[in-house]
Design a protein around this ligand. Structure first.
Ligand code: DAH
Length: 344
């Protein structure tokens, strides 16, 4: 019996040493086969029980079972120690999962684009199509067809970049009215956003490249009330449900009558006498509008006795100044990520 204990102790000690020395899974498996496997050393000891006198066999069996249980536990511990070590090594080499996460720097949509999309989504909901056109235009589309002949003083209001005698960078999106009407029979309902250019000195209120959104609706029985309704809806969609619009008489060669459009000051809601945004007037100017001039309709082959239309042209940066209370129009082109992120 003590013979058996001695033998098992020795065996166990060698088994433990083999586990400690094992550098990988294979070495562990080898130790298991050598000692606990079907022809391993422990198994051979167990077989020898048969040669003991019968009364001693149960006790011997128990001793062996206890030794095997303890060895198996050690093997398991060694296995998890090894896999932990492998995991740690892997981590050290590749990635520290305890390192605080670095949130990715995402970009932000430029406010010009955001506003354009919001205006477009309002008008497309009402059946308007979005159309895009060239930034380099012949003077015909920019002026002549819009009832601004060559000698008309209104041309001076559009201080343009001329590329040739007749080609220029468009100073407004109104040429898209002509292009659209020449391609389609009425009714037409379009929104034409895009870049425009004017020879303006850059300051807090002016850029030489900016964006406009042109709107045009031509059909039968269209009147000024439609325009007012659509623009009121647009302002409420953009600036909030309390907005109203008002028209001030104005002049544009391509509309008659013409009007400047104002909307309720979104900051003071028309209530403050000393508002920094509207100067206390309670109104903020959006841009020009009017009923399409009969000469313009005639130019594209529409009969002004049958069809009527309204149009408007707003500056996108201007809408942004109002919506985001931006103090300086140059911020749009500074590419300052902190500024853009604020508006995201
Ligand atoms: N195109 C004009 C400008 O840039 C703005 C404008 C006024 C557009 C009246 C229109 C309109 O469509 O009806 O100054």
């Amino acid at each position: 019996m003590s013979d058996l204990t001695t033998k098992l102790d020795d065996l166990h000690r060698r088994f433990s040493a083999a586990l400690t020395a094992a550098e990988d899974e294979r070495a562990l498996e080898q130790a298991r086969v050598d000692y606990l496997g079907r022809s391993g050393e422990v198994t051979q000891v167990r077989r020898a029980i048969g040669q003991l006198p019968p009364p001693e066999r149960p006790a011997a069996g128990k001793t062996i079972n206890a030794a095997v249980a303890s060895m198996e536990a050690e093997l398991e511990a060694a296995q998890s120690r090894l896999s932990q070590r492998a995991f740690d090594a892997d981590l050290a080499q590749r990635i520290d999962v305890t390192f605080p996460a670095i949130s990715p720097r995402t970009g932000a949509i430029n406010p010009v684009r955001r506003i354009t999309e919001d205006v477009a989504s309002y008008f497309t909901r009402h059946g308007f199509a979005v159309v895009l056109g060239p930034e380099v235009e012949p003077d015909y589309y920019n002026f002549d067809a819009l009832n601004i002949p060559a000698d008309h003083p209104a041309r001076e209001g559009f201080d343009s970049f001329w590329l040739t005698e007749t080609l220029l960078l468009r100073p407004h999106t109104s040429p898209m009215q002509i292009r659209t009407m020449q391609q389609h029979r009425p009714p037409v309902a379009i929104l034409a956003p895009g870049k425009c250019y004017r020879r303006d000195a850059v300051d807090a209120r002016h850029l030489f490249q900016f964006h406009q959104i042109e709107g045009l609706l031509v059909a039968q029985d269209v009147h000024f009330g439609h325009l007012k309704g659509m623009l009121t809806g647009m302002c409420r969609a953009l600036f909030g449900s309390g907005q109203n619009v008002r028209f001030r008489p104005s002049f544009f060669p391509f509309t008659e009558p013409s009007a400047e459009v104002d909307t309720t000051c979104p900051r003071c809601k028309g209530l403050a006498s000393q508002c920094g945004m509207c100067g206390g007037s309670g109104w903020i100017e959006l841009g020009g509008s009017g009923m399409v001039h009969p000469n313009v309709l005639r130019e594209v082959g529409y009969d002004p006795d049958v069809y009527a239309g309204w149009a408007f042209g707003f500056g996108v940066e201007r809408l942004g100044l109002i919506r985001y209370e931006i103090d300086d129009i140059r911020r749009y082109i500074d590419s300052d990520p902190d500024f853009l992120r604020q508006l995201a």
